[in-house]
Design a binder for this molecule. Structure first.
Ligand code: NAD
Ligand code: UGA
Length: 478
């Protein structure tokens, strides 16, 4: 009988995943542990708007379960020693130095978890890889766990089974993805261990969605899923550039190809390029593995997906530069959206970072708005000491006691004297902007650059502003 579950890592995956588990399995305790005391304090904050992760629906679940069968703490060793199952849900970023730097995954956090488990686990423990890992990492974890036991006498020996159970949630829809997953993947060789994890998921996921594979297939399937999704985005983004110069409209092209059931309509929205903590790192990891196993052609194929993505971000900067008469020096540009996608406060690998850096390099003065990202985070991402002109819901409301974000922005003179506005994240509020009012504040000729195809075309055109859209090009005024 499973009574205690420990999850190492209280991040974007560990926190929401264990919250949903706790909500679905009330008779089991889920203890989420992390070495980052600030993050744990935020998970325990009374004010649920202060949780470290913004994810629609998460606060309600935390409210229901926290303090009952869901805990957040820094007591890593204690929770490991009590656990029947341990999920490893720590970060696996790209290595920044040494062999494989820039491509291979840095497994130091995973190794450190394995060492802590080997030291503190008691009895029989199922260890689950929740983090996204290079294929055959299970072997490394097993070696560490087994080697720690070889010196113990047989009475004190503990035993372990290792499973791979990669997470497929997307940020912004994490709770829905966890409650209604397309599939649950469990990789491993021990039937009993697989059954234990299978039975946990079975409480809310129908059995035909729970797939069993060997450990290596499961590890590789996760990398492959992310690579396929990212490849689709680079494919459609490459076509968007072609649309802009030929008079085709990428929305019409997407609709036409998406109707083919073999292609499907999802993941065909063009944008400034994919961001997020995982697509780039997971593809680069795949590239590293392919090279490592002597398959350079396979490596090159996947690397081109990442190359196209960076090219797309630089391409957008070049277009802005060209439209603003070839110079951005001292021009004022308003950036709408800084998170890597809507409905998250996560900025990791956000295309906004590279694009804003490019614009700053050209001498532009930026004003940045994002409903959920803090000024501190934006300054950190842009590598500058502080940022005065970044506004989000919290500080706008503090200043104006006004919930209507657009009024607040206008009252704060956000648009005052801007030469251009660039929409970088598809927050729904940016679809409702009254461009008529905004245009009166901007310098002429003012430009709107829509990299997400969410801006209301008619309102921009009627306002007299110049309009450029990704995958469509410049909309000429009559
Ligand atoms: P994250 O950086 O948000 O969280 C990881 C947490 O692990 C951090 O808070 C860190 O302090 C903690 N940690 C690291 N080593 C530790 C240790 N030894 N003991 C205790 N705590 C430790 O990362 P994330 O976004 O949650 O991603 C975790 C894994 O899940 C990665 O492998 C990622 O590729 C994968 N993944 C992420 C997503 C996503 O949407 N972010 C989705 C699917 C899979
Ligand atoms: C992605 C995958 O969708 C998840 O299945 C996976 O678990 C996760 O990575 C992971 O391993 O971390 P996520 O990065 O949270 O999830 O978000 P996505 O919705 O996939 O978006 C990624 C990027 O692609 C964003 O920058 C988004 O704006 C962009 N995107 C997405 C588009 O430009 N167009 C689209 O049609 C879809």
């Amino acid at each position: 009988m499973i009574k205690q579950v420990c999850c190492i890592g209280a991040g974007y995956v560990g926190g929401p995943t264990m919250s949903v588990f706790a909500d679905k399995c009330k008779d089991i305790n889920f203890n989420v542990v992390d070495v980052n005391a600030d993050r744990i304090a935020a998970w325990n904050s009374k004010d649920l708007s202060k949780l470290p992760i913004f994810e629609p629906g998460l606060d309600e679940i935390v409210k229901r379960c926290r303090g009952k069968n869901l805990t957040f703490s820094t007591e890593v060793h204690k929770c490991i020693s009590e656990a029947d199952i341990i999920f490893i849900s720590v970060n696996t970023p790209t290595k920044t130095k040494g062999i494989g730097a820039g491509k291979a995954s840095d497994l130091k956090w995973v190794e450190s978890c394995a060492r802590q488990i080997s030291e503190h686990a008691r009895g029989y423990t199922i260890v689950v890889e929740k983090s996204t890992l290079p294929v055959r990492t299970g072997e490394v974890i097993k070696d560490i766990l087994d080697s720690s036991q070889s010196s113990l006498n047989s009475k004190k020996k503990n035993s372990f089974d290792i499973l791979s159970n990669p997470e497929f949630l997307a940020e912004g829809t994490a709770i829905d993805d966890l409650e209604n997953p397309d599939r649950i993947l469990i990789g491993g060789s021990n039937e009993n261990a697989i059954k234990v994890l299978h039975d946990l998921y079975k409480r809310w996921v129908s059995e035909e969605k729970i797939i069993h594979t060997n450990l290596w297939s499961s590890e590789l399937a996760k990398l492959t899923a992310n690579a396929f999704l990212a490849q689709r985005l680079s494919s459609i983004n490459s076509i968007s550039a072609l649309c802009e110069v030929t008079g085709a409209d990428v929305r019409e092209v997407s609709r036409a190809i998406g109707k083919d059931r073999r292609i499907g309509s999802k993941f065909l929205n063009v944008g400034p390029g994919f961001g997020g903590s995982c697509f780039k790192k997971d593809i680069l990891n795949l590239v590293y593995l392919a090279n490592h196993f002597g398959l350079p052609e396979v490596a090159d194929f996947w690397e081109s997906v990442v190359y196209l993505n960076s090219w797309n971000q630089d391409r957008l900067t070049r277009i802005i530069l060209e439209k603003l008469f070839g110079t951005l020096t001292e021009k004022k540009i308003g950036i709408l959206g800084f998170s890597f996608k809507a409905n998250t406060n996560d900025t990791r690998e956000s295309p906004a970072i590279q694009i804003c850096k490019n614009l700053l390099n050209e001498g532009a003065f930026l004003k940045i708005h994002d409903p959920k990202v803090s000024q501190k985070q934006i300054a950190l991402d842009l590598g500058i000491p502080s940022i005065e002109e970044c506004l989000n819901e919290e500080n706008l409301n503090k200043k104006n006691k006004d919930k209507k974000w657009e009024k607040s922005l206008l009252r704060n003179d956000f648009f005052e004297n801007l030469d251009a506005v660039v929409v970088l994240t598809e927050w729904s509020i940016y679809s409702d902007i009254d461009w008529g009012k905004v245009s009166k504040k901007m310098r002429s000729p003012g430009w709107v650059f829509d990299t997400r195809l969410i801006v209301d075309e008619e309102k921009v055109i009627n306002s007299g502003l110049c309009f450029w859209r990704v995958g469509v090009g410049t909309l000429k005024r009559n």
